[in-house]
Design a protein. Structure first.
Length: 329
């Protein structure tokens, strides 16, 4: 039997985590022969709910689930973890902009970055889901710098999947026909879902969907506002689709991305595509299945794309400036 993988999940009693935890426990992510130890963190007020989740996990009798730790102490939750999925944060409510959350949620990630650096396993990978996820990731990384920068990721995979679905639906093809999608920049309504480099059945998406006006004025805003659309429809933010994005993100890292394709993740920039170093920016990425991302370099953006790229970049620079006091040098 392989060595157990320790997976810490914060916000474990919340809606996103609810869908996430079961899929990790089931063996779907790390495989049927890899035992999983879940280390679940919540606020004291939610511990009773988390206790209920523990009982339900026990009642699933998953052969892969070796142990479950529930705690309100980040030191315990992050002890020896190989993966940390940081979901815990206040979600965006009706009428609330993502930017409203920056100051509210930032301090959580100061503390969690510090504790991760002290407690996590030496091979830890961190995925930040809690919003605003790019800037929360920046805060956590800067406070946990003993962990190499390339191990800190923020989630743009839900946006990626949304964009893939939207193009597939328009072209009337299965989602598997859409490849080489990129979500550039921020997980917010400035993100740029890049239809110009995307492909449908191996052909440039713009040759299959020739209505450029639709791509620019329907597809792009629809992807950018999809989160708000879900909230307006259901009165709560996305839950199982977000959990699915996190699962897909980790699966791509563990199993690799298909040859000739890439996916999307936000990473600490080392200056790629002219993004200032240290900004957590959404890029096209590949993985060989070794837990590491490589940024796909050399993609070209047309004038429309460059404009969108700059807008999302400027937003992330502004977000960084707003939390400057939470970023130790
Ligand atoms: P819920 O309110 O259902 O759950 C959040 C949980 O986090 C709560 O149980 C709360 O007690 C816990 N929590 C808060 N502060 C904590 C802390 N310091 N330590 C541990 N736990 C803490 O929200 P949910 O719908 O699950 O959303 C969770 C986060 O995901 C939100 O920030 C939300 O905005 C974000 N999302 C991010 C997405 C993405 O694509 N990156 C999409 C979906 C989702 O909106």
């Amino acid at each position: 039997m392989a060595q157990a993988v320790r997976v810490a999940v914060t916000g474990a009693a919340g809606r996103v985590a609810n869908s996430l935890i079961v899929r990790i426990a089931s063996g779907e992510v790390f495989g049927p022969d890899v035992p999983v130890i879940l280390q679940l963190l919540e606020l004291p007020v939610a511990m009773k709910t988390l206790e209920g989740i523990l009982y339900e996990l026990q009642d699933c009798a998953f052969p892969t689930l070796q142990d479950v730790i529930i705690t309100d102490d980040a030191n315990r939750a992050f002890e020896g973890c190989n993966w940390a999925i940081l979901v815990g944060a206040a979600p965006r409510g009706p009428g609330e902009q993502r930017s409203d959350l920056i100051r509210k949620n930032g301090p959580i990630f100061v503390e969690q970055g510090r504790v991760l650096a002290r407690r996590a396993a030496s091979d830890v990978r961190i995925l930040v889901v809690g919003n605003p996820c790019n800037t929360n990731c920046l805060i956590a990384w800067r406070n946990g710098r003993d962990i190499p920068a390339e191990r800190w990721h923020a989630m743009t995979r839900l946006d990626h999947n949304r964009a893939v679905y939207a193009l597939a639906a328009k072209a009337n093809v299965p989602v598997t026909a859409v490849t080489c999608m990129t979500i550039w920049g921020n997980h917010s309504n400035t993100q740029y879902p890049d239809f110009t480099n995307a492909r449908i059945n191996g052909r440039p998406a713009t040759e299959v969907i020739t209505d450029r006006q639709w791509l620019e004025t329907v597809f792009v805003p629809q992807c950018q506002e999809r989160g708000k659309f879900i909230i307006d429809t259901t009165k709560v933010s996305s839950s199982f689709s977000a959990a699915n994005g996190a699962i897909d993100h980790i699966k791509s890292l563990v199993r690799g991305t298909p040859s000739g394709d890439w996916t999307s993740a936000a990473l600490v920039s080392r200056g790629e595509y002219g993004v200032p170093e240290g900004i957590v920016f959404g890029y096209p990425v590949t993985s060989r299945g070794d837990g590491c991302w490589q940024i796909v370099e050399g993609l070209k953006l047309d004038e429309f794309g460059q404009q969108k790229f700059q807008i999302t970049l400027q937003e992330l620079i502004k977000e960084r400036d707003v939390v400057q006091d939470l970023l130790p040098s």
